[in-house]
Design a protein around this ligand. Structure first.
Ligand SMILES: Cc1cc2nc3c(=O)[nH]c(=O)nc-3n(C[C@H](O)[C@H](O)[C@H](O)COP(=O)(O)O)c2cc1C
Length: 463
C-alpha cells in the first residue's frame, strides 16, 4: 500500500499547539527534505534534489566564523547570490590569495525552500553569522549532531548535546535576534543520546526555546554512519515536540520519499530527512508513483547542467560525481578524474553540454587543462589570440572580462530549466540503461576524488 503525504500527516494531526511559523519562514510539517551535508550539499546538489521533488533542502554546515566577514555578491552571469571571502593563507605573506566562494544560493529555484545550517558554540557569533544570510534563506538550523573532533573540540556539533544550557542560549538568541526581525524560523538538528531519559530531558528543554522545528538523527554520537539507525526513541521525541507545537523531522536510514512517508506514518513524526541515499541518487526524492529512481546517467546529466550553470568548483563537482556514478561503471572512471568540465562531459559523452562546459572552464580558468581543443579549434587559455576561440569560449570570456571590470555582463549560457517541470532533456550519444531500477540499484563509487581536490576551502569536512 502506498502512503501519501496526507496519510502520513494524519498520524501527527492531533498535535495541539503550534509554535507560529514566521511570515517568511517554512513549516517543516509534511516535508521530505535533503539533509545538510558538507561537500555533498552544495548548490548543484540541492537544485538536483529539488528537481526530483525534495520539499526543502538544508545547506551544508557553515561555521559561524567562516560566514562572519564574508562579502555578499550577485553573480552577474547567473544571478546567484554568492558569499565570498579571502581564505586564511596560513601565515604566508606572499601567497597569492584568491577569494573563495563559501556559499551559493539560487534566489529563484531555492526560494521558500532553503534552510541554512550553522556550526557554532557561541550565541553572539551565531547571531552575527546568521544575520549575514537571514534575508536570503528560509530558516536557520543549528548543528548539534556533528561528532567529528574538529567540531566537538570547539564545543560545536554533538558537543552541544552535553551543554544544553549553551545550546538553549544559542537557540534563544537566534530566535530573538534573527528569527523575529527577519521573520524566519530557527531549528536544531540533534542526535539521540544513549539513555532515552537524557534525550527526553534535552528535547523537553529545546522545544521551549522558540524553535519551530527539530530534526532527530536516530544515531548516538559514537555511532558510525554505517550502523543502522535506532528508532526506538523516535515516538517519544515526536510526542515532546508535538506537545510544544514544534515540528519533528526524523533522520537516519531513510532511503526514499516513499520510505520517508511510511516512517512518518509509523512513528508519528512530521517529516523525514534524507542524506546518503540522496548523495547516491538524488531521484530518491521522486515517489514510485511519479517514476521512482531515475537511471544514474540521467541524474548525472542533470547534475552536470546544474554544476555548469552554478559555476561550481570542479573539485566539488567531482566529489559528488564519485557518489553518483556507480563503481561498476568503469568506462566512466576517466570522467571522475578529468581536469576540466569539458573533459568530464566528453568522457560522459554529454555532447550537448560541450560548449557550456567549455565556457565555464574559461570562467574558472580550467581551459588550459583540456585534453584537446573544443571542436578541434579552441586553443587553451595560454593562447592570446581571441579570434581563434570558439563562439562559446568567446562569450564566456566577454562575460568574464565584463565581470572583472565590475559590469553586469549579459547572460550567454542557456538558462537552466525550471526546477519542477520542463520538457524531456536531449541526451545525444547517451546509451540508456535497460531499466531505471536496474541501474539505480548499482552501488555508489568507492574511490573518492583525491583529497586535494575535494577539500572544502573554508568549511569543515563531512559531519
Ligand atoms: C557527506 C556528509 C556530510 C554531512 N554533513 C553534515 C552537516 O553539514 N551537518 C549535519 O548536521 N549533518 C551532516 N551530515 C549528517 C547527515 O545530515 C545525516 O544526519 C546522516 O548522514 C544520517 O542520515 P542518512 O542515514 O540518511 O545518511 C553529513 C553526512 C554526510 C554523509
Amino acid at each position: 500500500m502506498t502512503t501519501t503525504i496526507a496519510d502520513a500527516a494524519g498520524a501527527s494531526a492531533q498535535a495541539v499547539p503550534r509554535v507560529p511559523i514566521p511570515a517568511k519562514g517554512v513549516d517543516y510539517r509534511n516535508k521530505i527534505v535533503l539533509a545538510p551535508m558538507v561537500r555533498s550539499g552544495e548548490l548543484p546538489s540541492r537544485l538536483l534534489a529539488l528537481k526530483y521533488g525534495a520539499d526543502l533542502v538544508w545547506g551544508p554546515e557553515t561555521i559561524d566564523r567562516a560566514m562572519i566577514g564574508a562579502t555578499r555578491k550577485i553573480n552577474p552571469r547567473n544571478g546567484l547570490v554568492e558569499f565570498t571571502r579571502l581564505p586564511s593563507n596560513g601565515g604566508r605573506t606572499n601567497a597569492a590569495v584568491k577569494e573563495s566562494t563559501i556559499y551559493r544560493i539560487d534566489p529563484n529555484r531555492e526560494k521558500g525552500k532553503l534552510i541554512y545550517q550553522i556550526g557554532t558554540a557561541n550565541p553572539e557569533l551565531a547571531v552575527q553569522a546568521a544575520k549575514m544570510v537571514a534575508a536570503d534563506v528560509d530558516g536557520i538550523d543549528v548543528n548539534s549532531g556533528c561528532p567529528k573532533p574538529f567540531s566537538t573540540s570547539g564545543g560545536m556539533g554533538a558537543a552541544l548535546l552535553r551543554t544544553p544550557d549553551l545550546l538553549c542560549s544559542i537557540l534563544e538568541a537566534l530566535v530573538k535576534e534573527v528569527g523575529e526581525p527577519f521573520q524566519i524560523g530557527i531549528s536544531v538538528k540533534i542526535r539521540i543520546l544513549a539513555d532515552p531519559q537524557d534525550t527526553e530531558a534535552l528535547v523537553t528543554r529545546l522545544v521551549r526555546t522558540g524553535i519551530t522545528g527539530l530534526t532527530v538523527h536516530c544515531r548516538t554520537t559514537p555511532m558510525r554512519p554505517r550502523e543502522r539507525a535506532i528508532r526506538d526513541q523516535l515516538s517519544m521525541v515526536a510526542r515532546i515536540c508535538h506537545e510544544a507545537g514544534v515540528a519533528c523531522l526524523m533522520n537516519g536510514d531513510v532511503t526514499s520519499r516513499d520510505h520517508g512517508l511510511e516512517l512518518m506514518s509509523e512513528f508519528g513524526v512530521d517529516g523525514a530527512m534524507i542524506a546518503t541515499s540522496g548523495e547516491a541518487n538524488s531521484s530518491c526524492f521522486r515517489s514510485q508513483a511519479d517514476g521512482g529512481l531515475a537511471p544514474w546517467r540521467d541524474v548525472v546529466y542533470e547534475y552536470m547542467r546544474f554544476c555548469i550553470d552554478c559555476e561550481n568548483r570542479l573539485g566539488n563537482t567531482k566529489y559528488l560525481l564519485n557518489m553518483l556514478i556507480p563503481g561498476k561503471a568503469k568506462e566512466f572512471n576517466q570522467a571522475k578524474v578529468a581536469k576540466s568540465y569539458l573533459d568530464v562531459c566528453r568522457f560522459l559523452k554529454f555532447e550537448d553540454l560541450y560548449s557550456q562546459a567549455a565556457a565555464v572552464d574559461v570562467i574558472l580558468g580550467l581551459d588550459d587543462k583540456w585534453t584537446s581543443p573544443l571542436d578541434g579549434e579552441a586553443p587553451s587559455q595560454s593562447d592570446t589570440k581571441p579570434d581563434s576561440k570558439s563562439e562559446a569560449v568567446k562569450n564566456a570570456m566577454t562575460s568574464e572580462s565584463a565581470r572583472a571590470a565590475g559590469g553586469g555582463a549579459a547572460r550567454k549560457k542557456t538558462p537552466s530549466p525550471a526546477v519542477h517541470g520542463g520538457g524531456p532533456v536531449r541526451r545525444t550519444s547517451t546509451p540508456k540503461p535497460k531499466t531505471a531500477e536496474a541501474s539505480a540499484d548499482q552501488p555508489i563509487a568507492e574511490s573518492p576524488a583525491p583529497a586535494s581536490e575535494t577539500q572544502p576551502q573554508v568549511q569543515p569536512q563531512a559531519v
